[in-house]
Write a protein that binds this ligand. Structure first.
Ligand SMILES: COc1nc(N)nc2c1ncn2[C@H]1C[C@H](O)[C@@H](COP(=O)(O)OP(=O)(O)OP(=O)(O)O)O1
Length: 180
């Protein structure tokens, strides 16, 4: 699966209904994941994150979501990628992905999430969204990326993931930031 072959999405004119974020905090050979208890992907393992509120930047949103979901505040988040999800059963999602090495607070279970410090060698891909295995290892290795996925329910039916600085040129950015 690559290029546009077999893809039914007009990516040039594609716009997502849901702008969202993800954060991956890495410290001492471990990444801070969550068991997601509410929202899209409930029951899956993911990074903390969630929808971007109107008027909020992606960075503001990802920090707020970490505060709400885990009672922590990441420092110096670095944007690593964008994910474009064309979904069959829920509105399409445009997700901004961040990494950080430092944070304030103690990861704490909340109504929305249980924190899961996970060894980098033991990421539970079988409990995660199907796309994660195609970009998360490379991102944790320091590579920036741009990923586009077409899903049929929870199955990927088309994908294209690019890595490296060139991938950043494909980012759509965050239109809401322009509206601030
Ligand atoms: C489709 O594949 C996905 N893969 C990955 N890795 N992550 C995804 C995928 N689809 C959605 N996500 C992430 C993006 C966001 O972090 C959440 C969705 O946001 P959520 O529904 O949790 O938003 P909240 O604002 O926290 O929830 P409420 O609207 O219920 O307040 O999933």
């Amino acid at each position: 699966m690559s290029a546009q072959q077999g893809c039914s999405i007009d990516w040039k004119n594609w716009q997502a209904e849901i702008p969202a974020t993800l954060m991956f905090i890495v410290r001492d050979g471990q990444v801070l994941l969550i068991e997601k208890l509410t929202g899209i992907g409930q029951g899956k393992v993911n990074g903390p994150g969630g929808k971007i509120d109107p008027g909020e930047s992606a960075e503001q949103a990802v920090i707020r979501e970490c505060q709400e979901e885990l009672h922590i505040t990441p420092s110096n988040p670095v944007k690593m990628g964008e994910l474009h999800f064309a979904m069959s059963d829920i509105p399409d999602i445009h997700c901004h992905v961040y990494m950080a090495e430092e944070f304030e607070g103690e990861p704490t279970p909340t109504r929305e999430a249980n924190p899961l410090w996970t060894k980098l060698s033991e990421i539970p891909f079988e409990k995660m969204w199907a796309d994660d295995r195609f970009w998360l290892p490379q991102m944790l290795d320091g590579q920036k990326f741009n990923g586009r996925f077409e899903f049929d329910l929870e199955e990927i039916i088309w994908q294209d993931v690019q890595f490296g600085e060139d991938a950043c040129a494909l980012w759509l950015g965050c239109p809401l930031e322009l509206a601030k």
